[in-house]
Design a protein around this ligand. Structure first.
Ligand code: ARG
Length: 304
């Protein structure tokens, strides 16, 4: 297996360290029969120029704990580099001063088939991010829709094949699910989160492929666990350690799964299932309760 690290080798997975001193990740190649196939994606990301932890809106955030801004930037650059090296296109939005969480682009909107549902944040500390992201889309000619209800974009909306998995319980208002269902014309599967450590759906569940997910069952209500069991009998089940390491805050292109290096059990499971884990280090962003997926908003359809 290819090791792509500076310094000591990690315990598991192909590791991508801060760009650009890293040798390029091997170029995508054609898949052999039965192999997992990567689909090239477009992502929107926001540089962590103003990243900091100055308020606390989830249990991971401690404003008393120092954040290393330069390291956060290096780690984020490493993620961008990993995406680009594997052929994905990364677009950027200008960060707003005074909005230290804007780096978490996943929360900025939900984009499916070129339609954009704006984010409407639960907390006033992040309120201005919604309009800033919406303006980015409007300026580029996307079909934009102003949300009527609180929703935190892809933090709580994850597209899985023909279903839109939708979190609620901490951030996204359940009334937003109906709104998303109408706008995107997709069946919405509402899932209730019950553990405040896993306050967004993308901290407790990741879509690996159109019909395969990985998740941490204890993060969900009993009813939602039942729904997940029926819909995804083959799901990859994460341990509490995986979830606490934000291993479920992962981005998958169908073959490569970008996830934090600390989620060692998940990394092994993914390899077993034919995926190629790409381990990224995002410890500074974790201080705000975010990792790889939180930094990444997928652009599906719309103007190029
Ligand atoms: N500090 C941010 C918040 O609590 C982190 C957001 C993480 N984003 C995500 N998609 N889970 O809102």
């Amino acid at each position: 297996m290819t090791q792509l690290t500076l310094g000591p080798a990690p315990r598991a997975g192909t590791s991508v360290s801060p760009a650009p001193a890293v040798p390029p990740v091997p170029a995508p190649r054609t898949a052999a029969p039965g192999e997992r196939v990567a689909r090239t994606r477009r992502y929107l990301m926001c540089p962590p120029t103003h990243f900091d932890v100055v308020y606390s809106i989830n249990p991971w955030m401690d404003p008393g704990k120092p954040v290393d801004g330069a390291l956060a930037r290096l780690q984020w650059d490493g993620l961008v580099h990993a995406f680009r090296s594997l052929g994905h296109r990364v677009e950027l939005i200008e960060p707003l001063p005074g909005y230290p969480d804007m780096v978490f682009a996943a929360n900025g909107a939900t984009v499916i088939g070129g339609k954009v549902l704006s984010a409407r944040f639960r907390h006033v500390e992040r309120a201005a991010e919604g309009p800033a992201y919406l303006e980015w889309f409007r300026a580029r000619g996307y079909e934009t829709h102003q949300a009527a209800h609180v929703n935190e974009g892809e933090g709580d909306y994850l597209l899985a094949g023909r279903y839109l998995l939708a979190g609620t319980g901490f951030r996204t208002d359940i009334r937003s699910h109906r709104e998303a269902e109408k706008l995107f014309g997709l069946p919405v599967v509402g899932l209730r989160l019950v553990d405040p450590r896993f306050y967004h759906l993308d901290t407790a569940l990741a879509v690996l492929d159109d019909d395969l997910i990985m998740y941490y069952p204890e993060a969900f209500s009993r009813e939602s666990r039942g729904v997940l069991r029926v819909l995804y009998p083959d799901a990859v089940i994460a341990t509490e350690e995986d979830a606490e390491a934000f291993g479920l805050n992962a981005v998958s292109d169908g073959r490569h799964v970008f996830l934090p290096s600390a989620a060692t059990h998940l990394t092994d499971e993914l390899r077993e299932r034919g995926f190629e884990p790409i381990c990224v280090e995002l410890s500074e962003l974790l201080k705000s309760g975010g990792s790889a997926k939180c930094c990444t908003l997928e652009l599906r359809g719309g103007p190029r």
